[in-house]
Design a protein around this ligand. Structure first.
Ligand code: 4AZ
Length: 285
């Protein structure tokens, strides 16, 4: 998760090796016919129709190759010219990145609005203590005709009651066994857990990857989760009977994907401390 820029290359290498070994074992031990996919695709989700979530952004590494090959992370449009993502998704140089907002099928260059990034602001505490995995990308031009996704009122927690379901979307890995990156955006609903449960899953022994109950939430149940490549993208609630979505988190990390006892960890966008400390000390050293 800390090397999003390298993930596609690593994935390709892994696919080659892992596919071979899986095929070999499947021939002997797998009771399912080989044409049945026992790993429903995000993990355990479904495909998204075009324009269902126009605020969704894809972070693309600049360089040769298709958007599908260059996609490293998700993001969300939070203002006309601002995309929010995870801090672990970005390096220091805005010139390494471009962003496409409003695209559903990555390889479809006709969809969405492509923008350069003029500045990156990562959280001042990210990497120094657990949590705080958020970064803000400033775009070179406004995105037209797309409503940014709404954010919670900082310091309120009405949208993160344990047991309620939230939707996470992304172009991340759909397979817990081997890397498989989809071209079309996917979504899955995951149940929110309590801070106590999240802390049990990711205790202090995890060091900087431990759970931070001030800036994190966690969600998921065995079989449904976000995964590599979904990082930076939004988890949100939909106001019943409306098309209004409120983003409650940013895909951040987790132990594996969709594993029992390893819920996905999300940066909580309603955290007041998260925003109050975003720039702390940045101009003082
Ligand atoms: C990652 O490495 C990652 N299961 C993202 C989400 C999750 C785990 C890992 C949550 O980007």
């Amino acid at each position: 998760m800390r090397l999003p820029l390298a993930r596609k290359a690593a994935a390709t290498l892994l696919t080659a090796g892992v596919t071979l070994s899986l095929v070999a074992t499947a021939a002997q031990a797998d009771p399912l016919p080989s044409n049945v996919d026992a790993r429903p695709p995000i993990i355990g989700g479904t495909e998204v129709s075009n324009d269902a979530y126009p605020f969704m952004a894809a972070l693309l590494r600049k360089g040769p190759g298709s958007a599908l090959e260059r996609q490293t992370c998700g993001g969300s449009l939070i203002d006309r010219a601002i995309v929010m993502t995870a801090a672990h998704c970005v390096g220091g140089d805005p010139a390494d990145l471009e962003v496409v907002v409003g695209r559903t099928v990555l390889s479809n260059n006709q969809q969405g609005q492509l923008r350069n990034v003029t500045a990156i602001s990562s959280h001042s505490r990210y990497g120094k203590e657990p949590g705080y995995d958020v970064a803000i990308l400033y775009l070179d031009k406004i995105v037209e005709g797309i409503k940014p996704i709404q954010q919670p009122t900082p310091g309120t927690d009405g949208l993160i009651r344990p047991g309620t379901k939230a939707t996470v979307i992304g172009w991340g890995n759909t397979d817990t066994e081997m890397p498989h990156y989809p071209d079309r955006l996917r979504q899955v609903d995951v149940p929110l857990l309590s801070h106590n449960e999240c802390e049990i899953a990711y205790g202090p022994e995890k060091g900087v990857n431990a759970y931070n109950r001030v800036t994190d939430i966690c969600a998921g149940v065995e079989g449904t989760d976000s995964c590599q490549g979904d990082s930076g993208g939004p988890i949100f609630r939909t106001v019943p009977g409306t098309q209004t979505h409120i983003q409650i988190g940013i895909v951040s990390r987790g132990e594996g994907c969709a594993a029992q006892g390893g819920p996905g960890v999300y940066t909580y966008t309603g955290s007041k401390v998260l925003w109050d400390t975003m720039m702390a000390g940045k101009d003082r050293r």
